[in-house]
Design a protein. Structure first.
Length: 377
């Protein structure tokens, strides 16, 4: 009996050790695109009715792409070929859609069309979309709502003046270290067991609204705001009902959770490249999906405009509502290791790139070069 008791106690201790944050840091010491296999997840269902991009009448000869890009290690030339650039830089999926036609779709390193890939911070851009939906639905009153209206316990952290808009524009003033390593703020959110507990550790560093500071903490608080506003509906279910099913996604997806069942809102929507392309198409069409306004046109327009009110922050001038903005009007998401949805409205173009690493590439520059070389504008 004593031996059985000892083994039971040992099993409990081992289980506790394996599940603790420190062990996750040690065992999974580098965040990767397949981490949905490591964390708890909540499924996001699709429907049997799927939206299909048209097949292009003429596939562009991407292998002869005239592209030169200098980086610290290499200079690519036309003779090396488009796909070699993708392969050399750890790409697992690359999709180009123009005029609703699929003109390029390729997968690498054993990934395929139905492979799920961790979005990392591309989830922030999708979270922004959900905030727009929640305002349309009357679930959230305004981006000028204060955070403590939904999360009153954060008033003790000095968060009383932070508005939803500050979280969307990442000028909340919260002190946050954006590094995915042990004992850093982002690492604690990514590997931690209790997201709310980690959020309660955060403090104010700058006056609210005065400085852009990229922060996954801002997005996780934003996700918690929406979770509280939704009451008994999870973020995953809301994404399923408002976006995944209406857009006719090809595959189900999932959202990684902490041990308490709360979505990691700052990251970790696990989905296929072709379905990320549909998010791009929604923005390309100002929130309209085949005649149905999924999110208000005003929300899309506000997302991709330069916010004149904070020109005092040059860094922020290229980031709004969790999307990156280019001076030429193109805009894109960017996730850790190079997860991108790129939208060029003037060219009616969407590009999706997913990868195991950024590689040596400046991907947004590559997307612009690709558009230019094929005269898509």
């Amino acid at each position: 009996m004593k031996i059985v008791l000892k083994f039971t106690i040992l099993a409990i201790l081992i289980s506790s050790f394996i599940s603790c944050k420190l062990t996750r840091f040690a065992v999974h010491n580098s965040a990767n695109i397949d981490d949905y296999k490591v964390f708890k997840t909540r499924k996001i269902n699709n429907t049997e009715t799927k939206f299909n991009f048209k097949k292009a009448n003429e596939i562009k000869p991407f292998d002869t792409l005239s592209y030169t890009f200098k980086n610290s290690k290499k200079e690519y030339h036309k003779k090396e070929g488009f796909e070699k650039i993708l392969e050399d830089n750890s790409t697992v999926a690359f999709i180009v859609v123009r005029n609703d036609s699929l003109i390029y779709e390729k997968y690498f390193n054993k990934y395929n069309r139905d492979s799920k890939v961790n979005s990392f911070s591309t989830a922030k851009s999708i979270l922004s979309l959900l905030i727009g939906c929640a305002i349309d639905d009357g679930i959230i009153n305004s981006i000028d709502d204060k955070v403590i209206k939904y999360i009153p316990e954060l008033k003790e952290n000095g968060f009383g003046e932070i508005k939803i808009k500050n979280l969307l524009q990442m000028n909340s003033g919260i002190d946050f270290k954006e590094v995915y390593s042990a004992f850093t703020d982002a690492g604690n959110l990514y590997y931690g067991r209790d997201l709310i507990k980690e959020l309660k550790k955060l403090k104010i560093k700058y006056p609210v609204g005065t400085k852009f500071h990229y922060s996954s903490g801002d997005s996780q608080i934003l996700g918690l705001v929406l979770t509280r506003a939704l009451n008994d509906i999870s973020l995953s279910t809301y994404l399923e009902n408002r976006i995944w099913k209406p857009l006719g996604m090809d595959y189900s997806a999932s959202w990684s959770l902490d041990d308490k069942g709360l979505e990691k809102a700052f990251c970790c929507i696990n989905a296929s490249a072709i379905d990320f392309a549909k998010i791009g198409r929604l923005y390309l069409n100002n929130g309209n999906w085949n005649g149905t306004q999924i999110v208000s046109k005003n929300w899309i327009e506000k997302t991709i405009e330069y916010d004149e009110s904070i020109k005092i922050n040059p860094e922020k001038y290229f980031y709004n509502y969790n999307w990156y903005l280019n001076p030429n009007g193109t805009f894109y998401t960017e996730g850790f290791k190079g997860q991108h949805i790129y939208v060029d409205k003037a060219s009616n173009l969407v590009i999706v790139r997913l990868g195991e690493k950024f590689g040596e590439m400046n991907w947004p520059t590559f997307f612009e070069q690709l558009s230019k070389d094929y005269k898509l504008k």
